[in-house]
Design a protein around this ligand. Structure first.
Ligand SMILES: [Zn+2]
Length: 219
């Protein structure tokens, strides 16, 4: 497997996860990887020849069980490295994604087994995303979008949908780390922005867009 092939499988897996049950179109893959549809088509043919995905010209693609297994393996490596960077090397959560994009392609099952054990078998990455097990099993916890909570609703900030550095830096700035206790105090009818109470202490106003990118664990 080349790095490009691994990135294709991972991207297709994530696009399929975002819209379950649907084939992933060439155009969506091209947009996600910022490359031309023609080069995507070439690579999809190659991966289909290796039986890692099923490709129909006008319908899109679907990963085979083996393609899915390899995609989850790359995702597992990525997320374990992110935990390592934050917990052991003192990286902030907005600094780890780009580095992990490179580390995820290191080919050493033994290294990953030892890293996993060294970190004491974590199940979540620093953004609250689940880490697939070695056999590809992955349990996504049942979370609710903050934007969907009624006024008075509360929960613990458990994961972020947007993992881009600017968004994570914004959360740092307003004091919304994972683990924060959040309660919706009011909703502004004009634009659906939300007034929140954080840790029964500070009050902060967030936009509806921010609310659509935060997941809460609720009772
Ligand atoms: Zn990442």
């Amino acid at each position: 497997m080349t790095i490009t092939e691994e990135n294709y499988l991972k991207t297709i897996y994530k696009l399929a996860e975002a819209e379950p049950g649907q084939d992933v179109s060439t155009n969506r893959i091209a947009a996600a990887l910022a490359t031309r549809a023609a080069s995507v088509t070439d690579m999809l043919r190659r991966l289909a020849e290796k039986e890692l995905l099923a490709y129909e010209k006008y319908r899109g693609v679907r990963l085979t069980p083996e393609g899915q297994r390899l995609a989850l393996l790359t995702i597992r490596k990525h997320r374990l490295w992110e935990v390592f960077l934050v917990q052991q090397l003192g990286f902030n959560w907005d600094e780890v994604h780009e580095v992990a994009e490179e580390l995820e392609h290191v080919q050493s099952p033994l290294l990953m087994q030892r890293l996993d054990a060294f970190l004491n078998f974590p199940t979540l990455d620093p953004h609250g995303d689940p880490i697939p097990a070695e056999d590809g099993a992955m349990r996504r916890p049942a979370h609710r979008l903050l934007a969907d909570l009624p006024v008075g609703g509360r929960g613990t900030l458990a994961a972020v949908r947007d993992t881009s550095a600017p968004f994570l830096q914004y959360l740092d700035k307003v004091g919304l780390p994972l683990g924060a206790q959040v309660q919706v105090l009011s909703r502004v009818p004009f634009d659906n922005s939300l007034e929140l109470c954080i840790n029964a202490d500070a009050t902060v106003l967030i936009s509806a867009e921010v609310g659509r990118n935060l997941f809460l664990a609720t009772e």
